[in-house]
Every structure is written in structure tokens, then in C-alpha cells.
Design a protein around this ligand. Structure first.
Ligand code: FES
Ligand SMILES: [Fe+2]
Length: 373
């Protein structure tokens, strides 16, 4: 797991003022709430007194969080500001009675947290941008957080690998032809987080049933961009138009932001925000918005993906001896994503110079296992 990264703690709407919530991010227990000043405070959830989970506590006036066990009170900066058992004035609150505060940022409708390892407790840059989510020029619908019993990596691999459209999604968003579209792969290592992108261009393509119903086209040109901002954000952008008309007023489309927050090694939380340009209509029912069509069609597909990666995760319980995965040409982006994430993990473990974090670096040593490095 990577800790030196921004992870989504939730969409802004998940943080009403004064409601306490607990989450585990990258193996670290956190308690969070929106303060009276409107920012989101995130503290270590283990009370400094006797480790009791602070998410079982309650918020008092003045943004004070009271532990439910012996009543230690903490402010939003993690300082202990009250201990009921200190009856005598002469007894001071120990300086060590304080909670670790995790850096958090609310940006573009998402609350992010930086769990940062011991050597990187200061965030590297701002979180990735998700501008469509909070922009009134777009209509956006967000899901409830989904708890998935699988490594976050299996979701990333699923999202890059569209060959699973057949057979996993056959008959809804997928088809065999869809699984065979050539893939262009790009990397961008210039920002604070590495980016991996796949682009699929289809010309005169017979749309699968669900897509046909959304856009009202039998045959279309389509550009589909999938982009990981490693390791926590996966953006999908789809543009569809009658043949030869991409880039014109006849183009329709949507942007999907998916946040991926590891809980532990084999569990993660998956959130999705679907955005369409404001005013886009659903071809099959023009009285309704396109964003409704895409949002309402998603649960079937999402459940198929969840089913697949949870079943895949179960097979990791068996020993690796006598087992070896096979990669085919279309697995290129999956293999590259693995290398990118491996490089981030190695850099964090101090096994690789962080300035060398790049897929190229790991590609030079393709056959070496992590234990050898
Ligand atoms: S464990 Fe929290 S006050 Fe004792
Ligand atoms: Fe899928």
C-alpha cells in the first residue's frame, strides 16, 4: 500500500457540519468531521489515552471531540483541551495528550486526506483535480461509497482492461467488438502524481445496446480516455458523435471520476461521480437528463465489476507455487499500471530513490521480485 498519496475521504456532501465519521485509509484509523469553520478535520482515531476509537465519541460545542471512554476532549488541531479525571487545578494536561492531524484538502467537491508515511508527512503538491464535479456547467451525480473486498489494485486493473467488456459486460455496455479496439497508451510523469492514460478511438462503430439507448445512435465515432492519477483517482471521458462529427455540436459525452481509497491490503472504498454537460438530454427519453441515464445504467455494470474483482481477490488466498499469470498484448496498460504502483511502493519503502519513480525505472528490472530489490 502507498501512503505518500492523496486519497479521497469522501465527496463534499458526505461531510455535513457536526457529524463524526470514522474511516480506515491505507491501514490508518481516522476520525473526521466538518468543523464550525467549514473545513474538514482529520485526526488519528486512536485516543491518545487508551487507544479507544474516537469515532465512537461525540462532538461538543466549539469543535471539541469527546472520547466516549474516559472523556478526554480534543480540538480540531488534535490538542487535548480537557480531561474530566483531572479534578485538581494543579494537575496539568500532559503535552503528550495530542492526536496526530492528517493533512486534508477540499477541492472540486472532494475531501482528500494525506496519510503520508513517517518521512513524508507533508503532502507533495495539491490533490488531483476533478473540476467537472463542482462546476455548474456540468450536471453531476455521485454514488454512495462502495466497500469492495479486494485490493485497490484489482479495481485499477479492471478499469484499464476493457477486454473484460466481453464476456463480463456483454449485452449492456459491452460487446466482443468493443473488447478488440486498439489501445493507445500515454504516460505523464511531470506532475506530483504519475499519470497513465489509455485512449481508444472507434470509427463507424456499432454501439452496444446500453450506449445506443443513451445517445440515440446505432453507429458512431467514439473516443474513450481512461486515466489513472496514481494511485487514487481514475478518470474516464467518453465522447460520441455520428460518424465524422466528433468535435462538432453533435458530440455527446460524459466524464466519470472514480476515487479509489485503500482500507487495507485487500479492501478498498470505491466512489463514482458522473458528469454530463448541463442540458444534455437522454436520447431514449428527452424529458430526462443524460446524466440520469448514465447513472441509472451503472449499478448493473458496477456490480459485475465488483463481483469479478472480489472473486479474483479470493484466489490470492492460494499459494503462488505452480501458478503464473499470462499477459497478452491488450494487457499492456495493466502491466504498466502495476509497474507504476510498484515503483511508488518501492520509493516509499526507501528501496528506490523517489526521484526515480517512473515506469521506465522498473521496466529495466522486469524479472526481479520485490524481495530481491
Ligand atoms: S481512551 Fe479515550 S479517554 Fe480514555
Ligand atoms: Fe467493467
Amino acid at each position: 500500500m502507498i501512503r505518500n498519496a492523496w486519497y479521497a475521504l469522501g465527496f463534499s456532501g458526505e461531510f455535513p457540519t457536526g457529524a463524526l465519521q470514522g474511516q480506515t485509509v491505507a491501514g490508518l484509523p481516522m476520525v473526521a468531521w466538518r468543523t464550525e469553520a467549514g473545513t474538514v478535520a482529520v485526526l488519528d482515531a486512536r485516543c491518545a489515552h487508551k487507544r479507544f476509537p474516537l469515532w465512537e465519541g461525540r462532538l461538543l460545542d466549539g469543535d471539541r471531540l469527546e472520547c466516549a471512554y474516559h472523556g478526554f476532549c480534543y480540538d480540531a488541531a488534535g490538542r487535548c483541551v480537557g480531561i474530566p479525571a483531572l479534578a485538581e487545578r494543579s494537575q496539568r494536561i500532559p503535552d503528550t495528550a495530542r492526536q496526530r492531524v492528517y493533512p486534508s484538502e477540499e477541492q472540486d467537491g472532494v475531501v482528500w486526506v494525506w496519510p503520508g508515511g513517517p518521512d513524508r508527512r507533508t503532502p507533495a503538491g495539491l490533490p488531483p483535480r476533478t473540476p467537472e464535479i463542482a462546476d455548474p456547467a456540468w450536471e453531476t451525480l455521485v454514488t454512495e461509497p462502495m466497500d469492495v473486498a479486494a485490493s485497490y489494485r484489482l479495481l485499477i486493473e479492471n478499469l484499464f482492461d476493457l477486454t473484460h467488456f466481453y464476456p463480463l459486460h456483454n449485452g449492456n455496455i459491452g460487446s466482443l467488438a468493443d473488447a478488440q479496439v486498439p489501445v493507445e497508451i500515454q504516460r505523464d510523469l511531470s506532475g506530483p502524481a504519475p499519470v497513465l492514460r489509455t485512449i481508444r478511438r472507434r470509427h463507424g462503430f456499432v454501439l452496444p445496446p446500453m450506449t445506443r439507448e443513451r445517445f440515440g445512435l446505432e453507429v458512431a465515432d467514439q473516443v474513450q480516455v481512461h486515466e489513472m492519477v496514481a494511485p487514487s483517482l481514475f478518470r474516464v471521458h467518453v465522447a460520441v458523435a455520428p460518424p465524422g462529427q466528433l468535435g462538432s455540436d453533435a458530440e455527446q459525452g460524459f466524464t466519470l471520476h472514480q476515487t479509489i481509497t485503500p482500507v487495507g491490503a485487500d479492501r478498498h472504498v470505491w466512489r463514482r461521480a458522473t458528469s454530463c454537460p448541463a442540458g444534455s438530454r437522454w436520447a431514449a427519453d428527452p424529458s430526462r437528463r443524460l446524466v440520469d441515464a448514465i447513472f441509472e445504467g451503472a449499478p448493473t455494470v458496477v456490480e459485475q465489476d465488483r463481483w469479478a474483482i472480489e472473486r479474483q481477490q479470493e484466489m490470492f488466498a492460494y499459494p503462488d507455487e505452480d501458478y503464473r499469470e499470462v499477459h497478452i498484448k491488450s494487457d499492456g496498460a495493466v502491466v504498466m499500471a502495476r509497474r507504476m504502483l510498484d515503483a511508488m511502493e518501492l520509493a516509499e519503502a526507501g528501496t528506490l530513490d523517489p526521484s526515480l519513480v517512473s515506469p521506465t525505472q522498473t521496466r529495466m528490472q522486469p524479472n526481479r521480485r520485490r524481495a530481491d530489490l
